[in-house]
Design a protein around this ligand. Structure first.
Ligand code: GTP
Ligand code: MG
Length: 304
């Protein structure tokens, strides 16, 4: 193997729902980011590291660019700024099944000033015809000087090879920044909270998801007094707080006869079993905390 190492940090930016986190997960080959049909699923910067031959790529997923209304949203957008400033390559992820609207034009203006190479990644090719895809390429190609235009299907891992090849080509020579075991810098506790929030987002609609936060309040292993007797000793018992903004949202999350929260618990337990490789039991508590999205102290405590 040659002694030359390459390293690039790669920003994934775009409008909400374009599929940035799905693409991150597909590239890393592990689930590192929550994915849902709701815009504004991702709230922070999410790292996923991959080695390809002599090249290490550190992908940085970001929140979708949107109009900020709450303190939370301003913080989300700060992550986008930081990642854009630091990355070696920028992947602008676009929903190929969407329209070129004002939000995208705004982002194009911003990316025009970027010093780094920008790739236009047209995602969700499984949803559009070849003709439609060509129309999209024509509509976008002159917005700025793209280094590459690459159609992909993140959900089904379609056409990722050309993307890998161009990233490896464009990664600057340099030392790797992570050891080859590291694939994210998130803690298990942080990921568990995110994947529980993902289940809430997948099951709720309208304003509810935007006002939800999830905190793992207790992480209990076998041997502890509060560990359930009937749970396998290899298992894990988690006490979880789900914050919502209004009493009405609490009602929606509970569902009639508690059906909704039961559903969320069961699907989250299945997901966390995959993540943590052991049986997981969740004790979910829904708490109303009006206006938490606008309180900096609360956001600090939530790590947002
Ligand atoms: N059909 C199809 N759906 C996709 C594809 N990629 C992503 N999706 C779907 O698009 C929706 C949004 O995906 P996310 O990965 O959460 O999008 P995001 O850009 O990270 O969204 P934010 O975090 O809100 O900015 C989800 O329902 C995904 O399943 C794709 O290649 N094909
Ligand atoms: Mg996302």
């Amino acid at each position: 193997m040659s002694d030359i190492h390459r390293y690039a940090s790669v920003a994934l930016v775009g409008l909400p729902n374009s599929g940035k986190s799905t693409l991150l997960n597909a590239l890393v080959g592990e689930k590192v980011a929550a994915v849902s049909q709701m815009p504004q699923t991702t709230r922070g910067r999410i790292l996923g590291v991959v080695q390809r031959g002599a090249t290490q790529l550190a992908f940085l997923d970001t929140p979708g660019v949107h109009k900020a209304e709450h303190a939370l949203n301003f913080r989300m957008l700060q992550h986008v700024d930081t990642v854009l400033a630091d990355a070696d390559l920028i992947l602008w992820v676009v929903d190929a099944d969407g329209f070129l609207g004002p939000g995208e034009k705004e982002l194009a203006k911003r990316l025009k000033g970027a010093q780094q190479p920008v790739y236009l990644v047209l995602n969700k090719i499984d949803l559009v015809s070849k003709g439609r895809l060509l129309e999209k390429i024509v509509a976008y190609k002159d917005l700025l000087e793209f280094r590459e235009i690459l159609p992909v299907g993140a959900k089904l891992s379609q056409n990722l090879e050309p993307l890998w090849a161009t990233m490896e080509r464009d990664a600057p020579e340099g030392e790797w920044q992570f050891d080859d075991e590291t694939f994210t810098d998130q803690t298990e506790r942080g990921m568990a909270a995110e994947f529980i929030r993902e289940k809430v987002l997948r099951k709720t609609k309208e304003e509810v998801p935007h006002g939800v936060a999830v905190v793992i309040s207790r992480w209990i292993e076998a041997g502890h007094d509060d560990f359930p007797e009937d749970l396998d000793p290899s298992g894990l018992y988690l006490e979880v707080e789900i914050l919502v903004e209004r009493p009405g949202h609490r009602k929606i999350l509970l569902g009639s006869g508690g059906e909704m929260i039961r559903d969320i618990r069961q699907s989250a337990q299945r997901e966390l079993k995959k993540l943590l490789q052991r049986p997981v039991r969740l004790d979910l508590h829904i708490k109303v905390d009006e206006g938490w999205r606008d309180r900096p102290d609360k956001l600090d405590r939530l790590g947002l």
